[in-house]
Design a binder for this molecule. Structure first.
Ligand code: CAA
Length: 262
């Protein structure tokens, strides 16, 4: 009801497919209510469990990726309801638990929980129309789904403070300059660019993709020495896969690899 879900085929022999999830509450600028988050969580879990899927794209509309948590849903909450219900926990952790790469393709507003949702994905591809912000301060609250934690890790303290304390929005160019997004494209090309990134992943070894994601994420959780050790162990482990043999043999034989994801 609140999202559209499709499976898109990867091109190329033996390529895996990818999941495409469109947030679809246009009248509320894709505000994230419980029903939407439940549907999103279920779709993500299903794609993650599907052996035929390499990665997942999450996107919104031209006007809004998502304008935040649904204000009408929580406007009457008191402390007990927020605390007991663990407000904003609902299916947010699901995204963190997905082991396959998740691409956020963002056009228009990505505010509050919308910005936090994009940041919880593994990489953000932005349309030149994208606007990012953590305007919760205007509502008498603060970000509650990672905005005060993930944003400074991406853009540094000063800019994160600027966005959280003044509620100003950051355009796509500034978001790219400050490292929040990986690439910016004209709005009309956003879908094609996200397709291209997903297609590239569909041609690789799923095991290597998952290991790369897991290892990059360690950089946010562990001190450098631990992170480097984790990376080294994961790197060594990949030599136990058929895909490593195939990838290297294919290179040496100057042919395209046929990964079996084993
Ligand atoms: N929750 C519920 N409804 C929302 C919404 C939200 N976060 N954002 C927009 N909408 C609704 C509006 O109420 C409006 O509905 P009606 O047509 O029924 O009046 C509809 O979407 C269109 O919005 P606008 O008329 O406001 O559109 P605009 O183009 O004039 O402005 C906007 C766009 C600047 C994004 C503005 O809608 C806005 O400021 N939205 C709220 C942004 C916000 O504060 N987000 C943070 C939410 S709190 C949060 O996310 C907590 C957390 O950390 C998880």
């Amino acid at each position: 009801e609140n999202i559209l879900v499709e499976t898109r085929a990867g091109t190329g022999e033996g390529a895996l497919s990818y999941g495409w999830i469109t947030l679809n509450r246009p009248k509320a600028l894709n505000a994230l209510n419980d029903a939407l988050m439940d549907e999103l969580g279920a779709a993500l879990r299903a794609f993650d469990a599907d052996d035929g899927i390499a990665c997942i794209v999450v996107t919104g509309s031209e006007k809004a990726f998502a304008a935040g948590a649904d204000i009408s849903m929580m406007s009457t909450f008191d402390y007990a309801q927020a605390y007991r219900g663990n407000l904003i926990s609902r299916n947010w952790d699901t995204l963190r638990e997905v082991r396959k790469p998740v691409i956020a393709a963002v056009a228009g507003f990505a505010l509050g929980g919308g910005c936090e949702l994009a940041m919880t994905c593994d990489l953000i591809i932005a349309a030149d129309s994208a606007k990012f912000g953590q305007p919760e301060i205007k509502l008498g609250i603060i970000p509650g789904a990672g905005g005060t934690q993930r944003l400074p890790r991406s853009v540094g303290k000063s800019k994160a403070m600027d966005l959280a304390l003044t509620a100003r929005m950051m355009d796509a160019a500034e978001a790219e300059r400050s490292g929040l997004v990986s690439r910016v494209v004209p709005a009309a090309e956003l879908q094609a660019e996200a397709d291209k990134a997903a297609q590239a992943m569909c041609g690789f070894s799923l095991i290597a993709l998952m290991a790369a994601k897991e290892s990059v994420n360690r950089a946010y959780e562990a001190p450098l020495t631990e992170g480097l050790l984790f990376e080294r162990r994961a790197f060594h482990a990949l030599f136990a896969t058929d895909d490593q043999k195939e990838g290297m043999q294919a290179f040496l034989q100057k042919r395209a690899p046929k990964f079996t994801h084993r």
